[in-house]
Write a protein that binds this ligand. Structure first.
Ligand SMILES: [Fe+2]
Length: 209
């Protein structure tokens, strides 16, 4: 006798977010040139600005403000917190043709982001996010045509010129190699909570100034 299952309902228990927002209005041509002209040094295979706090430059004030506005939205809508999430370090990156960025995550940071301040080359090089950040003794990977939110080991985001992408800093991510003949410029940054978290009577209180 066969049993027919009815009322099947599958719902997510938890999810990992990423947020994208258009901040192109806050970046002028002059600022794009300013960032591209910053001194860069070799960083494994790509190039990174020597200065790793570039959002503190007066010349980039409007850009930093737009990023803060995006982080405010992330803190409120995604995290549901009243504290602020503020940028710590911020740096420019340049991937020459044929060069990508190895898989990594960002330490001592809560939210990280990429800002595509300059015209992205074509193809723009996609971002790959890994679901798993640690060694997996058992890998029960889904069939290629059965990937869904519950089982996919990676997810891919194609960035757009003029937007900022925000995501949790502990997620492993990599950038595919630059398949165009032009350099690919981005700004990356970390952000940390500011203000008081926890509760005094629970002895869990700590203030990040
Ligand atoms: Fe990164």
């Amino acid at each position: 006798m066969s049993v027919t299952v009815t009322d099947v309902d599958i719902q997510p228990l938890f999810a990992t977010p990423y947020m994208r927002a258009n901040v192109s209005h806050a970046i002028s041509e002059k600022q794009v040139k300013y960032i591209k002209d910053l001194k860069m040094i070799q960083n494994r295979t790509n190039f990174i600005t020597e200065d790793l706090y570039i959002f503190q430059h007066e010349a980039l004030k409007s850009v930093a403000e737009a990023i803060q506005e995006s982080l405010d939205i992330y803190a409120q809508k995604v995290m549901g917190i009243t504290q602020k999430i503020e940028v710590t370090q911020s740096w420019g990156l340049m991937n020459p043709p044929g060069v990508g960025m190895h898989a990594h995550s960002h330490s001592n940071s809560i939210v990280s982001g990429s800002l595509y301040y300059d015209e992205l080359p074509e193809p723009p090089s996609r971002l790959f996010f890994d679901r798993y950040t640690a060694y997996r003794r058992i890998e029960l990977n889904p069939e290629s045509d059965r990937h869904n939110l519950y089982n996919t080991p990676t997810n891919i985001v194609t960035p757009k010129t003029g937007e900022v992408l925000l995501f949790p800093s502990d997620i492993n991510h990599m950038v595919e190699s630059n398949g165009s003949s032009k350099p690919r410029h981005v700004i990356a940054f970390n952000a940390f909570v500011k203000g008081k978290i926890g509760h005094y009577r629970d002895v869990s209180e700590v203030t990040f100034a």
